[in-house]
Ligand binder design. Structure first.
Ligand code: 5AD
Ligand code: SF4
Length: 480
């Protein structure tokens, strides 16, 4: 970190992150760069010298949130003309000049491929008294525009202070996506799929372990499609990476998200089964249970292919937890198609599902080709139906944990929401089992970052509640 000139107090940075884990990690890296440039983090937006929004374009709602936040800070900019305002990430790449038109008080607009340049761009905006736009090159195809250039890699700049917790970290193994599901804006704004070299990933994991990280979550839009070809022709798959990471001292738990159903290879499933540090938890979105809808979505599999994959996964990894994403109300989704999705959810026994109402995105194939013909109230109704069903299944599955003892990686004090689910014990801590189930129990805060054995006493659909049974040796393998 650069020395601060004694005469100048540090500049204060306020950053808000919307969207997926990729954005959480990107924000961490931006903060690391800005620390080197003399900024320190503040939670108080009124104190900030720079306000940054790291944005998401996956659904309209996420974009609306950013425009309202920008509207709310207009008065701050009037009060403090030196205040720098930035829009980073997917919206910056997708909307570029539109952001500057809709929010002229914005100083920098920086796409996900250019985030390493944020300090330089903030300085330039100030020096030139003019907004700065930095986005990746895009190729236009009809009304669609796709990022084609590769991304700078700046992932080695890790900043523990902005992580979800000091002992948990995300690690990017690939960037971009080549699948081009017709509803999805991600490939257009994050560019083509690129797998990072394994040596870089392993070096970063070692650095994280030295910083005290015990749990690493590998992230990629389609993380199980990871494949790196070295100049000598040697191929590294995700299963090879897992084996390499497994050997790093200090790393105790490894997860990976998000998987694509077609790339769930046997070597990967066997690696999850055989490597005790790897969580028996797989997030593999189905999106729909209807073949016609899947075809329109260009998911490149059928519902029965997905179910066969799930059966193979569960056969190979006994006790695996699986979670999924679904989009309801996609163009052309009839009651009959929706019923097929309901059937898939009934049979699949997911640990949990994330359910989204279809949100048309300008620049996607679905938006070009198909009318958004499912009315909003039907989307809302289907969302409720699927969520209710999933909650019933999650509750049933969680109840099977009652009476069992689980190894929990303690994340810290639990949030008050768990109280609403009926738990009112003192000194609540929260953590997760190896299979990614949330556990709340009583214990001293000093257990944060450690493994604890917890006897499960009751369960809700989203949480297991228990009492502390023992604190095992760090790194003790979790039975599941
Ligand atoms: N509308 C609604 N949900 C979407 N997702 C991606 N694009 C859209 C969209 N246009 C959902 C998918 C994906 C998750 C991250 O977001 O379910 O898996
Ligand atoms: Fe979007 Fe499909 Fe790529 Fe996932 S796999 S990021 S849904 S295009």
């Amino acid at each position: 970190m650069a020395d601060q000139p004694t005469s100048q107090p540090p500049k204060k940075l306020y950053i808000e992150t919307v969207g997926c884990q990729m954005n959480v990690l990107d924000s961490e890296l931006v903060v690391a760069r800005l620390r080197d440039d003399g900024y320190e983090l503040t939670q108080d937006i009124d104190q900030a010298d720079a306000i940054l929004y790291n944005t998401c374009s996956v659904r309209q709602h996420a974009e609306d949130k950013v425009y309202s936040a920008l509207g709310r800070i207009k008065h701050l900019k009037r009060k403090k003309p030196d205040l720098a305002v930035g829009v980073l990430g997917c919206m910056a790449q997708k909307d570029q000049n539109l952001i500057l038109r809709r929010a002229p008080h914005v100083d920098v607009v920086v796409g996900p491929g250019q985030l390493g340049r944020v300090p330089e761009l903030l300085a330039k905006a100030k020096a030139d008294a003019a907004p700065q736009l930095a986005v990746s090159l895009a190729r236009n195809a009809g009304s669609r525009s796709h990022v084609t250039s590769s991304f700078d890699s700046y992932d080695a700049d890790r900043e523990p202070a902005v992580r979800p917790s000091p002992f948990q970290a995300y690690l990017r193994v690939m960037m971009g996506c080549d699948k081009f599901c017709t509803y999805c804006i991600v490939p257009s704004v994050r560019g083509p799929e690129q797998s990072r070299p394994p040596a870089e990933i392993l070096a970063e994991a070692r650095l994280l372990a030295l910083q005290g990280v015990k749990e690493i979550t590998l992230i990629g839009q389609t993380v199980n499609s990871y494949k790196h070809k070295a100049p000598d022709g040697r191929i590294t798959r995700l299963s090879d990476l897992l084996a390499g990471l497994h050997d790093i001292d200090g790393v105790e738990r490894i997860k990976f998200i998000t998987s694509f159903p077609n790339d769930m290879t046997d070597d990967l499933l066997q690696a999850v089964r055989d490597l005790p540090k790897v969580s028996r938890y797989i997030h593999v979105p189905a999106q729909s249970g209807c073949d016609l809808v899947l075809k329109r979505m260009k998911r490149m599999y059928t519902a029965s292919f997905y179910e066969d994959m799930l059966a193979r996964l569960r056969e190979t990894i006994p006790g695996a937890s699986v979670s999924s994403d679904f989009i309801v109300g996609f163009c052309g989704e009839t009651d009959e198609s929706f019923e097929k999705t309901v059937g898939l959810v009934e049979r699949s026994r997911f640990k949990n599902s994330f359910i989204f109402k279809y949100s048309p995105r300008t620049g996607t194939k679905a938006d070009d080709l198909y009318p958004d013909d499912v009315p909003e109230e039907v989307k809302r109704h289907r969302n409720h139906v699927l969520l209710d069903l999933q909650m019933r299944i999650s509750l049933e599955d969680n109840q099977a944990f009652v009476g069992r003892e689980e190894t929990v990686l303690v994340e810290g004090p639990s949030r008050t929401t768990t109280r609403k689910e009926g738990w009112d014990g003192p000194d609540q801590l929260t953590g997760r089992t190896h299979c990614d189930r949330i556990v709340v129990f009583s214990g001293p805060e000093s257990l944060t970052g450690q493994f604890a054995r917890v006897k499960i006493q009751t369960a809700s659909a989203v949480t297991l509640f228990g009492r502390l049974a023992a604190v095992p040796d760090a790194g003790a393998a979790c039975p599941g």
